[in-house]
Design a protein around this ligand. Structure first.
Ligand SMILES: C[S@@+](CC[C@H](N)C(=O)[O-])C[C@H]1O[C@@H](n2cnc3c(N)ncnc32)[C@H](O)[C@@H]1O
Length: 257
């Protein structure tokens, strides 16, 4: 595994990176364009819930010294750094977007966490690690970007040690009718309009998110996701809706046999 200093793949120019998928993904197209301002606008567009949701996710992780953690779709490494702030872990952050990783690398170095947080470019669907490598695998806002969420969860579980933890944070659809109505107005009207003056990249994200979230949540409601987790070796799955279901945190342990 490469280290951050000097030879990290995410620090190389995009053209010279060896393991970059040949076909660019939707996620690369979306996130490469917003990487430098990602953290600021992610907070603003979620009414400043982005960081509290992330903190709740990390608070569900077991406290055991010296764990090896994989943060899949780490983006600008926000979750990885939050884990490093609270746990004595070594963390590998993996993402498909070179520019998100570059922003993450700068943030990691600024916080002097480059000894504990390593960033690499790769895809969640084909993790470049042997079976049962990690004590904890965490992913945030990933499943809407993969073609086969079932196979991706299988892949995440593959690299998890028996007894290890899987945790996720994804956007959700509020159930209460009046909250859902507000959610629809915000995601389908307000966000597309308010991102126009920000940048072309953010406007694209602003138009994409509402239909993407509602389409995914209708196909993969939380119960179905929990079943997929169970089918892939996580027998007891706990879930917690946040902000009336606008986001959902899930967590569970891989069975030991
Ligand atoms: C909404 S951002 C979230 C970033 C970070 N997890 C956070 O919470 O701040 C989603 C990230 O997932 C990455 N991503 C999407 N599909 C991916 C895939 N198949 N494999 C790896 N990363 C992926 C994107 O590049 C992007 O950085």
């Amino acid at each position: 595994m490469k280290t951050n200093k000097g030879e990290n793949r995410s620090a190389l120019p995009a053209e010279s990176q060896p393991a970059v998928p040949v076909k660019r993904t939707l996620a690369q197209d979306l996130f490469d364009g917003v990487a430098p301002s990602y953290d600021t606008w992610a907070q603003v567009l979620t009414f400043f819930q982005y960081l509290p949701w992330r903190r709740f996710l990390v608070s569900r992780m077991a406290l055991r010294p010296g764990k090896l953690v994989l943060d899949v779709c780490t983006g600008t490494a926000g979750v990885a750094m939050e884990i490093a702030d609270h746990h004595d872990d070594r963390i590998v952050g993996l993402d498909v977007s070179h520019f998100m990783l570059e922003a993450g690398l700068r943030a990691v170095e600024k916080k002097n966490l480059d000894g504990r947080v390593q960033l690499i470019q790769g895809r969640a669907e084909h993790l470049p690690f042997p079976d049962q490598t990690f004590d904890t695998v965490v992913f945030t806002y990933l499943l809407r970007y993969v073609q086969d969420p079932d196979a991706t969860i299988r892949e995440l579980s593959r690299v998890l040690k028996p007894g290890g933890e899987l945790l996720s944070l994804e956007f959700g659809l509020p159930e209460a009718l009046w909250v859902r109505a507000l959610w629809e107005i915000y995601n389908r009207v307000v966000m597309p309009v308010m991102t126009i003056p920000v940048s072309r990249g953010w406007h694209r994200v602003g138009c994409f998110l509402g239909p993407s979230i509602s389409g995914f949540c209708k196909r993969y409601p939380v119960d179905r996701l929990a079943t997929i987790w169970r089918d892939n070796g996580i027998p007891l799955v706990e879930t917690k809706p946040l902000l009336r279901g606008a986001a959902v945190v899930m967590w569970g342990k891989k069975s030991s046999n």
